[in-house]
Structures are given as C-alpha cells and as structure tokens.
Design a protein around this ligand. Structure first.
Ligand code: C2E
Ligand code: MG
Ligand code: MG
Ligand code: MG
Length: 292
C-alpha cells in the first residue's frame, strides 16, 4: 500500500540521516585530531602565464589524508570545520605550512614563487589574524610578496568594519588579496575599490562553458574588462581545453590554472618545474645527454 511505502521510504530516509549524522560526528572528532596526527598536507596547483605557459604562481590546496577513508575533499571538511569553530586552527596550519614551503623552496635556491592560500571568512574576521600572519611570516623568514590570500566574494561582502581594517593591514604588510570564485556571489562591486584587492579569479563555472556558451563567454569578457579597467590582475581557473585557453587569450586574460596545464602537485613536482624553468631551453640533444 501507499502507506507502507511511505513508511518504508521514511525508515530508509531516517537510516541514511542517522548514518550521515554518525559519520559527521565521527568525522568531527577525527578532524579535531587530524592536525596532531599529521593527516593534513598541501598540494600546489600551478598558475601559468597563459602566453608563454611558464609557471608564475601556485595555489595551495588543503588535503586531508584520512587513515581509513582516504582523501577527503576540502569542499567537505572546510564547512565541517566552520560548523565546529575550527576554522582558525585549520587556517593557521595552512598558512604555517605554506610559509614553511616558501622558505624551503627559497633555501633550495629556487626562484621565488607566489603562493596563494584560501582563507575562510570567519578566520579573516578573527582579531589576531594579521598579527598571527605577521608572526608566521617572520618565523619562516618568508617575504610577504610571496604570499597571496584568496577570499571568496561572499567572504569579502560580509566583512564588517573590522575586516576592512584587516584588509588595509594586509595591504600595508605587502600581501595581495585575490577574489576567488568571482561572479558567483552577490552583486555588489564596491569592495573592488579596496586597495588590498589586487586580483580577480574568474570562476571555473564560467570557464567551463567557453567558448561555445554565449552567456559564459559574455560574462567572462565582462569580468576581464572590469579587471582591466580597474587595474586588477585576472586569473582564470579551471582551464581544461585548448579552445578555452584560446578564448581567454583572445579576451586578454594573462594568467590561468587548470587541468590543461597541471593538477595540484606535491612540493617536489613544483620544485622540479621551477628548476626546469630556470634551465636554458634545450633543442635536440642536451649537451650532457651523451653517455658512454
Ligand atoms: P577553489 O579555491 O576555487 O579551488 C579550485 C578548485 O578547483 C580546487 O579543488 C582545484 O583542485 C579545482 N580545479 C583546479 N583546476 C581545475 C580544472 O581544470 N577542472 C576542475 N574540474 N577542477 C579544477 P579543491 O582542491 O577540491 O578545493 C575546493 C575548494 O575548497 C577550493 O576552491 C577552496 O574554496 C576550498 N579550499 C581548498 N583548500 C583550502 C584551504 O586551505 N582553506 C580553505 N578555507 N578552503 C580551502
Ligand atoms: Mg582558491
Ligand atoms: Mg577558485
Ligand atoms: Mg572555486
């Protein structure tokens, strides 16, 4: 009967809900211990000069290697961290790890690379944010120009007076801010005038539809024109195909990242790319390639 069906589906639904609540609770406990257990690491996605395809920056992306569940996406555990009030602890870990990595690459004699980190709104709002950041930079003797902070559009829009001061302090420190997922949030553009804001990241949902989707093409062109007329850098994200790249180049976009060029990589792979980019271009047989 319909009633029995309803009851069954209700029971199934409740079971799923209970399971996911249990999973959530377990995960929450495990997230609290993840840092101490060394289960976090950063991967670095290359960002390239689109004309030369040379590596010019990287974006640090957080990975949680769970002992039983394997890799858990930040899209899943960052919101969980938010709801548990753990965003500051996680964010501080990310900044420390990124600065440590910047120092390690510099100490290895590699050219300086700009490293972008993603920061949650509630972390940015913390009173100690800039002071903590300054301390971490000093601890690792990390030049502030080497770090960039990515904030989502909605994070910036919800900033109050305090975050306005925070952004000004970041600007003073010499740290640039990029607006992540641009175009997907609310529609106020006033914050783009803040001097701390240097970069707009064209969201991958727009890049996806290029070059054929007329709306995505129009939005992308408009974002690039806006960036250009405000004197902001633009970085396109999620570039997966040559036609997308061709469109972006024709529209005047100078920097981008995406699977067409590289997936997020481990530090050694980034170091190899950096070392490679420093070597003179090889044509034909390398001088030291001939081995007896
Ligand atoms: P996001 O900052 O917009 O990062 C871009 C996401 O798109 C990354 O996913 C990246 O791996 C993925 N991606 C890059 N290129 C391509 C491509 O060509 N095609 C496709 N389909 N995807 C591409 P990821 O690493 O899973 O991160 C997802 C989101 O999680 C990030 O979006 C960011 O909002 C958040 N996140 C990541 N790391 C951190 C972190 O350390 N702290 C905070 N607060 N959030 C983070
Ligand atoms: Mg980002
Ligand atoms: Mg993004
Ligand atoms: Mg995104």
């Amino acid at each position: 009967s319909v009633k029995a069906d309803e009851r069954n589906s209700y029971r199934v639904y409740t079971k799923v809900m209970q399971a996911s609540t249990r999973t959530r609770l377990t995960l929450a406990g495990e997230l609290r211990q993840a840092i101490a257990r060394g289960e976090f690491h950063l991967v670095y996605q290359p960002s390239l000069d689109l004309r030369t395809r040379k590596l010019i920056a990287v974006e640090a992306l957080l990975r949680w290697q769970h002992p039983e569940r394997g890799e858990i996406s930040p899209a899943e555990f960052i919101p969980l961290a938010e709801s548990l009030g753990m965003v500051r602890a996680v964010g501080a870990w990310v900044i420390d790890a990124a600065c440590r990595q910047i120092r390690a690459w510099l100490d290895a004699g590699l050219p300086m690379l700009r490293v972008a980190v993603n920061i949650s709104a509630s972390h940015l709002r913390h009173l100690q944010f800039v002071e903590d950041l300054r301390t971490t930079l000093q601890q690792h003797r990390c030049p502030p120009e080497a770090l960039m902070i990515e904030l989502t559009e909605s994070a910036i829009l919800h900033i109050g007076e305090r975050s306005r001061h925070t952004l000004a302090a970041l600007h003073e420190l010499g740290i640039g801010v990029a607006v992540d997922d641009f175009g997907t949030g609310y529609s106020s553009l006033a914050y783009l005038k803040l001097p701390a804001i240097r970069t707009i990241k064209v969201d991958q949902s727009f890049v996806n539809g290029l070059p054929d989707d007329a709306n995505d093409a129009a939005i992308t062109r408009a974002i690039l024109a806006l960036a250009q007329s405000l004197g902001l850098e633009a970085i396109a994200e999620g570039i997966e195909t040559e036609p997308q790249l061709a469109f972006l180049l024709a529209a005047g976009c100078l920097e981008g990242q995406g699977y067409l060029f590289a997936r997020p990589l481990l530090p050694d792979a980034i170091a190899a790319l950096l070392a490679e980019s420093r070597m003179p271009p090889t044509s034909g047989a390398a001088p030291n390639a001939a081995m007896p």
